[in-house]
Each structure stands twice: as structure tokens, then as C-alpha cells.
Write a protein that binds this ligand. Structure first.
Ligand code: NAD
Length: 260
């Protein structure tokens, strides 16, 4: 992976991290592909096998067929059962080094927390797939419990208390984002002096406003992503490479600097 340009960019990112007081890491589906979870828009992404229309809230509540497809995808466990990869571990290491203000994530896979970042430091803009909620009475079920029912043959599991529709606690198209997470993420973005984007196309809004808030407030922007984003021109550091490999290099250098 490492060419001369990448090495220079990694060095520059390490310097920026050392100088920064408030480092905000913003992640998208690309940070988790090395954990085996497909992204949406990359090659082999979820949109190559599933129709984005099936992820609208309206369709989910109005069509049994759509719910059946959703639970089939959940049963595969591609996102829910993935394990943190070197990128998640490196971000958690930034935290242990005292160099992480927070993580703002579009991901729903809980992998930042699994890698060791405290819940309070992770702002999940699109929810978390590990919980399933009844749209009728609000009863919550752990994903594993509902998955067991699907495996046992329940194609469209319903609420065991009231019979209502169960839905993963993630934001579908057409749904409002969790207000608290969004507000906190915006505040931390505006307060950042270094904003690091990892594995996002930066085309899904309002999440993609976060780097704009940060840059407009004077933060340096670093982007680690395979493929381009609309904010590449504004990045001080731009690395096209695998998140896990790049972040491993970054924290290895950082730890050496801290040790020295
Ligand atoms: P996206 O699919 O639009 O973009 C992902 C980007 O990451 C692409 O540019 C891709 O080329 C790049 N990428 C893929 N693997 C990479 C790697 N190993 N290293 C560096 N870059 C890599 O995803 P997005 O911007 O996050 O927005 C889409 C939505 O995807 C979000 O709303 C999120 O909720 C949802 N999503 C989440 C998961 C998850 O939780 N793991 C998985 C799929 C989709």
C-alpha cells in the first residue's frame, strides 16, 4: 500500500494529530469493509444486491414483502456480527493516547465501541443495528434474540408484547435522524481543530455537513478514503488507501513519537 506520497501524507497527518487539541474522527461504511461488512456504494456494496427503495421507512411499514427482505439481510449478520478491524483499533488507540475528542459515525455496526471507545464518545447519526424496537409499544429487543427467532423460521418477527411491527433501531431513508446525536456531533465538529474522515463518500446528508462545519470553523481536514469525495479539494491530507492499513501506520508512528 505504501508509496512515497502515502508516506508523506501519513507523516503530515501524524504532525497534525500531535498539534491538535480536539481531534474528531468521522467514519462511514468504508471503515468497516475490512471487517467484512459491505459498504453501500463501493464495489460489491449492498446496493448491488438490494434495492435502496426497500430501505425507506414508508415501504418498511407498509409492505410485508419489504420487511421480509430486511430480516433476510439481518439474518446474514454481515453488519451486526462483524468484528473491529485495525482501523477501529487504531481509532481506539488514538483515544488511549489522549488524542480523540469523539467519533462521529454513520455506521450502525457498534464496532467503535467493540474496539474500546466509550459509548459517550461515539455519536451514531444513523442508529445502531444491535437493537430492535417495536414501533407500537416501544419494547426493545437485542438483535441476537430476534435473529434466533428468524433462524427458527419466523420470517417477519413481530413484537411479543403487543404484536406491533419490529424495526431495527437504525435510521431508514425518510426518517428523522436522532436529534441529540446530531446536535452533539455538530457541536463537536465546530469545535474540532482536526477533522479526520475515514471511509465515507461524504454524499449522505445531514451527516456530510459535519466536515463542512469543521472546516468552516477553521479545522484542518484529513480524508482517508478509497475513491474521491466532494471535499477532497479542501483536505490538507488526502490518502487513497485502506483505512486499516493507513490508520495502523498513523498510530504506530504516533506511539513511537509519544514513546520518544
Ligand atoms: P458509502 O458506501 O457511501 O461510502 C463508503 C466509501 O468508503 C466509498 O468511497 C468506498 O470506496 C470507501 N471504502 C470502502 N472500503 C474502504 C477501505 N477499506 N478503506 C478506505 N475506504 C474504503 O458509505 P457512507 O459514506 O458511510 O454512507 C452511506 C451509509 O452507509 C451510511 O448512512 C451508513 O449508515 C451506511 N452503512 C453502514 C454500514 C456499517 O454500519 N458498517 C455498512 C453499509 C452502509
Amino acid at each position: 500500500m505504501e508509496n512515497q506520497d502515502t508516506a508523506v501524507q501519513v507523516d503530515r497527518l501524524v504532525e497534525l494529530i500531535i498539534d491538535a487539541r480536539n481531534v474528531v474522527v468521522f467514519t462511514g461504511a468504508g471503515v468497516s469493509t475490512e471487517s467484512g461488512s459491505p459498504d453501500f456504494r463501493g464495489p460489491g456494496g449492498i446496493w448491488e444486491r438490494f434495492d435502496p427503495d426497500d430501505f425507506t421507512f414508508q415501504k418498511f411499514i407498509s409492505s410485508e414483502e419489504t420487511r421480509k427482505k430486511q430480516w433476510r439481510l439481518m439474518r446474514e449478520g454481515l453488519i451486526t456480527e462483524a468484528k473491529p478491524n485495525p482501523a477501529h483499533h487504531a481509532i481506539a488507540e488514538l483515544d488511549r493516547l489522549g488524542k480523540l475528542d469523539c467519533v462521529i459515525t454513520q455506521n450502525i455496526d457498534n464496532l467503535h465501541q467493540k474496539a474500546g471507545v466509550a459509548d459517550e464518545k461515539v455519536f451514531e447519526l444513523h442508529g445502531n443495528n444491535n437493537w430492535i424496537k417495536c414501533l407500537g409499544c416501544g419494547q426493545r429487543y437485542p438483535y441476537q434474540e430476534v435473529k434466533k427467532r428468524i433462524i427458527d423460521g419466523d420470517e417477519i418477527p413481530g413484537c411479543q408484547s403487543c404484536g406491533g411491527i419490529l424495526k431495527p433501531e437504525v435510521v431508514f431513508f425518510g426518517e428523522v435522524l436522532p436529534v441529540d446525536a446530531l446536535e452533539q456531533a455538530a457541536a463537536h465538529s465546530r469545535n474540532a481543530d482536526l477533522f479526520i474522515v475515514i471511509g465515507s463518500t461524504l454524499v449522505v446528508y445531514p451527516a456530510a455537513h459535519m466536515p463542512v462545519f469543521a472546516v468552516n470553523s477553521g479545522a484542518s481536514l484529513a480524508i482517508i478514503n478509497i475513491g474521491s469525495t466532494p471535499m477532497d479539494q479542501q483536505a490538507e491530507v488526502l490518502i487513497s488507501g485502506k483505512a486499516g492499513e493507513v490508520m495502523f501506520l498513523v498510530v504506530t508512528q504516533l506511539k513511537a513519537r509519544f514513546a520518544g
